[in-house]
Design a protein around this ligand. Structure first.
Ligand code: FAD
Length: 511
């Protein structure tokens, strides 16, 4: 039998990135590293277009631990990155007033101790808790104990030790991070064009985008267009009409006001999320200031009142007036359509509650690189990309909806709506699975893992009625002693750690 011949190679000649916000530059940097004019010479031109007139969304300061892998892939120097972006370390999120007014819990990054006989530590803790006499699970989360004491050092040592059972991410100034990546990308051959796109040319027949035209008449052609134009979704919606899954019935917040305030001491290594009557407020500590924002549902509170709530709840002097933002929660039906791939806010927005947008940008870029097309932009590649993005978006959506659904608050129309609203079937399954069996379904390997789900379930007051029968094989007293020793080890480890602010001053700024 004759071997099938491969069709002619048609490598991409030019990739055009539309937009220079966090998404645009986070896309340009790894593409520049891989395909720009690096040591191997020019292989594919990469052009990024940004409009100073339109500007960027200007928020997005909290991240998830995978940001470290992204930075490492680019071979960024970690101390330089922290200095240039005014970054601080993030061990997780403290939630206040979510389950009920006065409720407080922590979603920390990492495990609750090492696994025992192939079952996670927190599952054994749940068994002991059911038998009585156990303190809060948070004592066994190294990240949470560190956060409560404002301590920080990077994890180190044996994988199963208390000094290694946590992970961390960063808070940073999004504008400075984009500027840092811009310098990085341009040093690797990415070309930057300033201007506002006013027209888009499309090829008759297959509807592929062939060029964009700027207000001054310049025309920029390309083979692949990456739409990083933010909520405008200039190409993916404006030209491709890819459609949008509207999730506002599950995630009804549609507005935000953001304002920075002066830094106060201590410099906390975590994000704070405080629920209010019709939404919630973030607090993100940076080295030079604290970022704050009130995310709310405009059907339940006026913009004026939302602004007053925000300003009343700052812990430092405001450094400006609040900036108004509007959004619609949901995701693009197809993030990749023809030769257009949407990355960033143009692909969707779930809510900033768990800092997932930058994560979705990183994963979007990573998948695009894995599935990089040639000039034909094979539809199968787009289908696979869309399948994986949809799976991740939906799993993040379920995790975020959980925060609202499990509330016991009934002090406002907004919270009564959230507690009573119907939820996606996948989330209903997740909640009932945990309630009835103490198990957690992992719906997508690239989003939240078991410890995150358990932190939220327990923090919001959902307890399992039964547990995995295999857990009972371990002797109860021996297990109690194990947990006692572990708690002591975590406490001693954390007591020996430096203060978070002092660690940045001594080890990062001085480096
Ligand atoms: P943008 O920043 O809006 O950039 C769009 C770019 O496209 C700009 O450069 C603009 O000039 C350009 N552009 C648009 N139209 C044209 C045109 N016609 N011609 C030329 N250029 C054009 N994410 C997190 O991970 N953590 C958080 O804590 C977080 N908090 C958030 C809070 C709020 C209230 C909101 C709304 C979002 C938050 N996000 C957060 C999301 C985060 O801000 C975004 O994911 C991130 O900033 C990426 O935005 P973007 O680059 O897609 O869009």
């Amino acid at each position: 039998m004759e071997t099938p011949r491969m069709p002619d190679d048609q490598p991409l000649r030019r990739i055009v990135i539309v937009g220079g916000g966090t998404a645009g530059w986070m896309t340009a940097a790894p593409l520049g590293q891989l395909m720009g004019q690096g040591e191997h010479g020019a292989r594919c031109e990469i052009v990024l277009i940004e409009s100073p007139e339109i500007g960027t969304v200007g928020v997005g300061e909290a991240t998830l631990p995978t940001i470290r892998f992204y930075n490492r892939t680019l071979e960024l120097d970690s101390a330089e990155f922290i200095r240039k972006t005014q970054a601080t370390f993030k061990l997780g999120i403290e939630f206040k007033d979510w389950g009920h007014v006065g409720n407080r819990f922590f979603h920390g990054f990492g495990e609750f101790g090492p696994a025992i006989q192939n079952r996670s530590s927190v599952m054994h803790w749940l068994r002991l808790h059911g038998l009585g006499g156990m303190d809060s699970h948070e004592h066994w989360s190294t990240a949470t104990v560190m956060a409560r004491h404002n301590r920080f050092v990077p994890p180190d040592g044996d994988v199963a030790s208390a000094a290694n059972a946590y992970s961390y991410a960063f808070h940073f100034d999004a504008g400075l991070y984009a500027a840092y990546l811009r310098d990085y990308a341009m040093a690797r051959g990415v070309q930057r064009e300033e201007g506002t796109i006013v027209d888009v040319s499309v090829r008759p027949g297959d509807g592929f985008v062939t060029a964009v035209t700027l207000a001054d008449g310049r025309r920029i052609e390309g083979d692949l267009f990456i739409d990083c134009s933010g909520f405008r979704a200039l190409l993916i919606e404006g030209v491709c009409r890819a459609g949008y899954h509207d999730w506002t019935h599950w995630l009804p917040c549609d507005s935000a006001q953001a304002v920075p305030c002066a830094r106060v001491e201590p410099l906390t290594p975590y994000t704070m999320s405080t629920a209010h009557g019709a939404g919630w407020q973030w607090r993100i500590p940076l080295q030079h200031r604290t970022g704050n924002g009130h995310v709310y549902c405009s059907a339940h509170i006026s913009d004026d009142e939302a602004g007053r709530v925000l300003m009343r709840n700052l812990d430092g002097a405001p450094l400006g007036d609040p900036r108004q933002l509007r959004f619609k929660t949901g995701m693009r039906r197809k993030a990749w359509d023809r030769n257009v791939v949407a990355i960033g806010l143009s692909s969707g927005f779930v809510e900033p509650l768990e800092s997932t947008s930058i994560q979705l940008i990183m994963d979007g870029v990573g998948r695009l690189i894995e599935l990089l097309p040639d000039r034909r932009c094979d539809r199968r590649l787009a289908d696979e990309y869309n399948r994986r993005m949809t799976q991740q978006y939906e799993s993040i959506r379920d995790f975020i909806v959980l925060h609202y659904k499990l509330t016991q608050r009934d002090d406002s129309e907004f919270w009564r709506y959230c507690a009573a609203m119907p939820i996606p079937d996948t989330l209903h399954h997740q909640i009932e699975l945990f309630r009835q069996s103490g198990r957690v379904a992992i719906l997508d390997p690239d989003s939240f893992a078991e410890p995150s789900w358990v932190s939220l379930f327990l923090g919001l007051g959902l307890w399992p009625q039964r547990h995995d029968p295999l857990l009972a094989q371990i002797d109860e007293q021996a297990l109690r002693q194990h947990f006692q020793r572990l708690r002591q080890a975590i406490k001693q480890t954390v007591d020996a750690m430096p203060d978070h602010g002092a660690f940045i001053d001594r080890h990062v700024k001085a480096a």
